[in-house]
Design a protein around this ligand. Structure first.
Ligand code: 5GP
Length: 211
């Protein structure tokens, strides 16, 4: 017997679906970038969005930047596993990005907001949901200001929204406090390594796996 088949993904040959969400400014993009470099066989899902690229962002690498009409067409064709309106723009994970039959054994991590996280929770009970937290609200405000990408009125909106986002945490499987980068990356890496050793996992419903 091949003992690698004792673990769930060894048996099914399918990758694990990870979701990383955080309150605004939580630092998840930085953490994910570190993770995908450090962990073999982990791929970052590239979302579709209707927002304009920021300077330095590349189409197909950071996001698939698409028009409102193209996004609507994808929604109508049921092309998304989940999608949400976040701060005035639409973002979605296309079904072709996530592990399913024929997608290979690579694990996939989604960098999505909590609305999307909750949709994944309902559709894919096999997914592993991780919530990244800052040590407190003050730290969060500081980080948003440092990032400098937000106009002051947007900044306030994001701080408000963070309170609602935090209320969804009970739907998640793990919480990681982002005190300092290395520790947080290490904690998320440990979760991923542990999940890869899992013997049994809730099954993904067939109708969601068939894409
Ligand atoms: P940003 O515009 O700063 O890149 O992203 C804004 C927010 O949208 C972040 O919280 C990010 O995680 C979230 N986001 C990015 N892609 C997706 C997606 O495909 N689905 C959902 N629900 N949220 C996303």
């Amino acid at each position: 017997m091949d003992f690698a088949k004792i673990t769930d993904n060894g048996r099914t040959g399918k990758g694990i679906l990870f979701v990383l969400s955080s309150v605004s400014g939580g630092g998840k993009t930085t953490i994910i970038n570190h993770l995908v470099r450090a962990i073999p066989d982990l791929r970052l899902s590239i979302s579709h969005t209707t927002r304009e690229p920021r300077s330095g962002e590349r189409n197909g690498a950071d996001y698939h930047f698409i028009s409102e009409q193209e996004f609507t067409d994808m929604v109508d064709q049921e092309g998304f596993l989940e999608w949400a309106q976040v701060y005035g723009h639409r973002y979605g994970t296309s079904k072709s990005e996530v592990p399913g039959p024929g997608s290979g054994a690579k694990d996939v991590i989604l960098d999505i907001d909590v609305q999307g996280g909750l949709q994944v929770r309902r559709k894919r009970p096999d997914a592993v949901l991780i919530f990244l937290l800052l040590p407190g609200e003050e730290e969060q405000e500081k980080r948003l200001r440092q990032r400098g990408t937000e106009a002051p009125e947007h900044l306030q909106k994001r701080i408000q929204a963070a309170r609602g986002e935090l209320a969804t945490i009970s739907e998640y499987d793990y919480a990681v406090i982002n005190n300092e980068l290395e520790g947080a990356v290490d904690a998320v890496r440990s979760i991923i390594v542990s999940e890869r050793c899992r013997i049994s996992r809730k099954a993904a419903p067939d109708h969601e796996r068939e894409d």
